[in-house]
Unconditional design. Structure first.
Length: 51
């Protein structure tokens, strides 16, 4: 069964939010920070570090 990565990440995120119950501002801050890092000059460095 092939599951898209975005769907898997969304499901894991929803389960984590339900179980851990972090503040919504922290969730928004992490999403915005990840989005900004992914489109920044540091993206190639992060890509090689993750691989």
């Amino acid at each position: 069964m092939d599951v898209p990565l975005w769907f898997f990440v969304a499901c894991v995120g929803l389960v984590g939010i339900k179980l851990i119950r972090p503040p919504w501002w922290l969730v928004a801050l992490l999403l915005l920070g990840g989005y900004l890092l992914a489109s920044s000059l540091l993206a190639p460095v992060i890509d090689t570090a993750v691989k």
